[in-house]
Design a binder for this molecule. Structure first.
Ligand SMILES: [Zn+2]
Length: 372
């Protein structure tokens, strides 16, 4: 137990979320509890992780979740480990919510995205059909998030664009999407900034400069692709080509990267397998499953095309440094194990002093100076 690497999780504590400030001490080695001397509260070592208040061996939970995130059906896990199905579903829920928090904390940070590809897939569930829309940064293959809806409409696409916007800096940005018209309206609506505020009335919104949109429309006959139409809907050919070149190298507008990612999700989430027998019952189960798979994809899986050459060894053999999408995006410097992901504690936001009329008291001033 290392108190220097731990933060106080108490949302009412001025020291919440801050590490290495000397306020955390070991309270009980036997019970694995820490004490915060600012709020005088104790907390468990596993607070904020998937393992909080779980009685099962953590290695078994990790193994089960790693299997779930690689397409192993729940019934197979129930049979092999002798667990109750509700227990497995509960672990999956915990891990999915936890992964979504990790995603929001680490991936949904502004970065220069370059090129983003987005697509929707149709998911057949037990009693209904839903649409799962996802987006990916092409240069790092970073999965940017997913949205689920019963309808394939502008609401679905707008919600996805909000996720992309949370990951984007206001820099030149190319969207490669299919021919679905809702993308155009959603991108125009979401990627806007308020111009300097006026004294009264609603702020006016100005579209981001440097937004480019390219569509890739496939033509089918008898279930086979017979032609592909590529068109630039917004931006010039030169600007679009430059963004395509810098993010993928081959210089052809396509949606191949997001289609490949869709295939990965279909293989790794039992409920997404086409003509599979593990149909999901609830959209929430799909949501948690998608976030577990997506976060393991981002942090815990090397991506073949992201490796970088290290040196040429004997007999001209090239040695490579493998990278995960999160490593390529500069979020982390190493491959995370599934256990590391499940144990990652998302810090609460910094404490803000309570709003009072008049000047703050000396005690509150001291707290503000030390913790804000
Ligand atoms: Zn505290």
């Amino acid at each position: 137990m290392d108190p220097q690497t731990v933060f106080c999780p108490n949302v009412d504590c001025p020291a919440r979320g801050q590490t290495g400030k000397g306020n955390i001490h070991v309270h009980s080695l036997k019970e694995h509890r820490y004490l915060c001397d600012v709020c005088d509260k104790t907390f468990s070592e596993t607070k904020g992780t998937v393992f909080y208040r779980l009685r099962t061996d953590t290695e078994q939970v990790t193994l089960v979740l790693a299997l779930l995130a690689h397409g192993c059906p729940v019934c197979a896990i129930v049979f092999a480990f002798g667990l109750d199905e509700r227990t497995v579903r509960d672990w999956e829920q915990r891990a999915g919510h936890h992964s979504e928090q990790v995603h929001q904390h680490l991936v949904q940070q502004p970065r220069d995205l370059g090129q983003v590809q987005a697509d929707e897939i149709r998911v057949k569930m037990q009693t209904l059909v839903v649409w799962l829309a996802m987006a990916l940064q092409v240069s790092t293959r970073l999965w940017l998030g997913a949205v689920i809806s019963e309808h394939r409409d502008e609401t679905l696409v707008s919600a996805l664009m909000q996720r992309v916007r949370a990951c984007a800096l206001c820099r030149p940005l190319l969207f490669c999407v299919d021919g679905f018209r809702a993308y155009l309206g959603a991108i125009h609506t979401v990627f806007r900034e308020p111009i300097p505020p006026r004294p009264i009335g609603r702020p006016q919104l100005r579209p981001w400069d440097g937004i480019h949109i390219a569509q890739v429309v496939k033509q089918y006959a008898h279930g086979h692709v017979i032609g592909v139409v590529r068109r630039i809907v917004q931006g010039t050919v030169a600007q679009v080509n430059r963004l395509v070149q810098t993010s993928q190298g081959d210089g052809v507008i396509n949606t191949a990267y997001i289609e490949r990612l869709n295939a990965t999700f279909r293989a790794r989430l039992a409920g997404l397998v086409r003509r599979g027998r593990s149909l999901l019952q609830q959209t929430e189960t799909l949501q948690v499953g998608v976030y577990l798979v997506g976060t393991i994809y981002n942090f815990c899986t090397y991506h073949e095309s992201l490796r970088v050459p290290l040196y040429v060894g004997r007999a001209g053999r090239m040695h490579w440094v493998p990278r995960t999408p999160a490593m390529a995006a500069g979020i982390t410097d190493h491959l995370w194990s599934v256990s590391e992901l499940l144990r990652y504690q998302v810090p609460p936001s910094r404490w803000t002093p309570p709003q009072h009329r008049g000047r703050p008291s000396r005690a509150v001033k001291e707290l503000i100076n030390k913790w804000c």
